[in-house]
Design a protein around this ligand. Structure first.
Ligand SMILES: Cc1ncc(COP(=O)(O)O)c(C=O)c1O
Length: 399
């Protein structure tokens, strides 16, 4: 468990990042970057090997038959690399087609990525906050035999909804198709064991639930799928097969690796293990969320999502209806108190978000709630209740 001394210090001018990554990292993780590494050197190659094995270990007992391929870039680079490498292009012996499940910005970005890469796709767009469900995936797959892959977002970070991956994976496997997962903001804190959730490939990034710094992401994929992905990619740099094959052959990254970010990540993995791995990390984030949600509700705020869909990653709150509430002012007051929050990303109602991930615990979240209460008082907001229309939208969510 992290201790208070590992946390960002508002008095030193470093606010807590209540954001979904980049996030607040532990002091040990920052310190791990105070050294330079030769990218071709045996020491760094050993670090890369440890990184790959450490990520694979997080899959749990079902990791056999999977391999991990780290790649330079932010999360979107990894999503693009995954789609381009695992979905065979037009002209391949069996061209692929993707069923994209969207309920927010990142699902829509995945669809846009398919469009740009020239991979045909069908979109199930559930809007801002409704979860894609197993039966509708099954129906879409039954209706279109050309669909080879389903692409699902694990935690849709734009609303904070934890999508029902087990039922989506079951429907995909029952139809004999392959599942691709964007687990950017969930991997490391929400279980993703292949024995429970069958998938071909997933992607995540260093600066999310493992609590590293930005600079790279990683693909975890079935080794047989990696081997078959040769020649699929439209891209030289984002070719997962090429990166995998070169890394296996040389132990090196193909192009300049983010050496300091890798060193930080290895320290972050040690802290992750010391906290009890995926279960321990998920439990702390769950406590963070519970403290945040109960405290904000006590102030009168309402969450976009009912409890069962709330992820332990990030929570969307409706903007209060009280005309004295001004988000820009609220943001500044929260920042002055040491907390960076996040604007909302919904299209239908005004909202803002507060993240639960990073090197922070429930005591910090309680301080964030107290800061929110103080900000309301400063602005003269009498009630944090949302407009009635926002609550009506929420009640449309399926049980
Ligand atoms: C679910 C999800 N997918 C994709 C991304 C895109 O990652 P990036 O902004 O690092 O490119 C994010 C970023 O937060 C995300 O949460």
């Amino acid at each position: 468990m992290p201790t208070d001394t590992a946390f960002a210090d508002p008095e030193m001018g470093e606010p807590f990042l209540l954001t979904p990554g980049p996030l607040t990292t532990a002091a040990e993780v920052k310190h791990a970057m105070l050294r330079d590494w030769g990218s071709w050197d045996g020491d760094f190659r050993a670090m890369t090997a440890r990184l790959r094995a450490g990520i694979l270990a997080l899959l749990g007992p079902g990791a056999e038959g999977f391999d991990c391929v780290p790649m330079q870039g932010s999360g979107s680079y990894l999503v693009e690399a995954m789609i381009g490498s695992f979905v065979p292009p037009a002209g391949a012996a069996r061209p692929g087609k993707v069923l994209v499940l969207a309920n927010g910005a990142y699902g829509l970005r995945a669809a846009e990525t398919c469009r740009v890469l020239g991979r045909p796709f069908t979109l199930i767009d559930k809007g801002d906050y409704l979860p894609p469900r197993g039966p509708e995936v099954a129906a879409a797959l039954a209706a279109d035999p050309a669909i080879s892959h389903v692409l699902a977002i694990h935690c849709e970070t734009s609303s904070g909804i934890l999508n029902p991956l087990p039922e989506i994976a079951a429907a995909t496997a029952a139809a004999g198709r392959q599942l691709l997962i964007d687990s950017m903001s969930a991997f490391g804190a929400v279980p993703l064991g292949p024995e429970a959730i069958a998938f071909q490939a997933m992607v995540s990034s260093a600066n999310k639930c493992i609590e590293g710094v930005p600079g790279f992401g990683f693909v975890v994929a079935r080794s047989d799928a990696l081997a078959q992905a040769a020649g699929n990619s439209h891209s030289l740099a984002l070719d997962v097969h090429a990166q995998w094959a070169a890394m296996n052959r040389t132990g090196q990254w193909r192009f300049t690796p983010p050496t300091h970010a890798v060193a930080a990540f290895l320290r972050a993995l040690e802290l992750h293990a010391a906290e009890g791995g995926v279960a321990g990390r998920g439990a702390r984030y769950g406590r963070n969320r519970d403290t945040l949600v109960s405290g904000m509700r006590a102030l009168g705020f309402e969450t976009l999502l009912e409890d069962r869909w709330l992820s332990p990653i990030i929570v969307t709150f409706f903007t209060p209806a009280d005309p004295a509430f001004d988000f820009a002012r609220f943001y500044d007051l929260m920042k002055a108190a040491g907390f960076i929050i996040y604007p909302g990303k919904l299209t239908i109602v005004d909202s803002f978000r507060m993240g639960c991930i990073g090197a922070l615990d429930h005591a910090i979240m309680a301080r964030a709630v107290a800061a929110a209460g103080e900000a309301l008082r400063t602005m003269g907001v009498r009630s944090a209740a949302p407009p009635a229309a926002a609550l009506a939208a929420r009640s449309a969510i399926a049980p």
